[in-house]
Design a binder for this molecule. Structure first.
Ligand code: MN
Length: 232
């Protein structure tokens, strides 16, 4: 099994420290609507909430895209929702061109730990082949909202799932639209980039980005190397 061979790449202490200080800085930034509330209070003395960060105390939802050379090459898009990764197999991968609609076949939810997997699924096993971490990051509801997770949940249930990606390669506003094709057990969707500053007409990001976002390895190097659990 791939997991038996799993090794860990440890984050450097320097990196972890940098991230922490960024988080602290973000928490101190005051949105204009909270300026007066905060000015009147000393949060080292009161246990009232500072407010302002809708995700305060809640981890941002994660997403990952894995390039998967199984019986056919495809990209697996996974979006965290309610403790699991909702998953779609996208044969042609994402496109930054808003005019391009990419078929996305929903598959079973995956565990969140799957986000760190890069390596080889042995031949003969389900999905046997090479898996590359192609992009990852966090995602949110596409609009400001007091309960973004509830809005995401509604969008997903309706089959009109709008979100904003904050990955290394994919950013900005996207939608997954459920279409009336495929069996109810395996619904088919379309993955579409919304027109925004991250859209790029005619640009083929899947052709441009050929290495792992986590390890810089090519598919060939992953196939010839070790399976890894690459945590952030
Ligand atoms: Mn797959």
């Amino acid at each position: 099994m791939a997991t038996k061979k799993a090794a860990s790449i440890k984050k450097s202490p320097k990196k972890a420290g940098a991230r922490k200080s960024t988080t602290r800085k973000a928490a101190k930034r005051t949105p204009p609507e909270l300026a007066e509330y905060r000015r009147k209070r000393d949060f080292s003395k009161t246990s009232e909430p500072e407010g302002g960060a809708t995700t305060r105390g809640v981890k941002a939802l994660r997403f990952v895209i894995q390039k998967h050379a199984a019986s056919s090459l495809h990209f697996d898009l996974r979006l965290e929702l309610d403790g699991a990764m909702k998953s779609w197999a996208v044969p042609k991968g994402p496109s930054l061109d808003p005019a391009v609609k990419r078929l996305a076949m929903q598959v079973e939810d995956h565990p969140i730990e799957y986000n760190a997997f890069e390596g080889i699924i042995p031949a003969g096993e389900y999905g046997g082949g090479t898996v590359m971490l192609w992009d990852r990051g966090t995602y949110t509801f596409w609009q400001r909202d007091p309960d973004p997770v509830a809005r995401l949940r509604e969008g997903y249930a309706k089959g009109d799932f709008k979100f904003v990606l904050k990955g290394k390669r994919l950013q900005g506003s996207w939608v997954l639209v459920r279409i009336k094709r495929g069996s109810p057990a395996k619904p088919q969707w379309l993955l579409i980039k919304h027109a925004d500053e991250f859209a790029r007409s005619g640009y083929d990001i899947v052709a441009q980005e050929q290495t792992s976002v986590a390890t810089d390895r090519t598919m060939a190097a992953i196939a010839a190397g070790k399976s890894l659990n690459v945590t952030r």
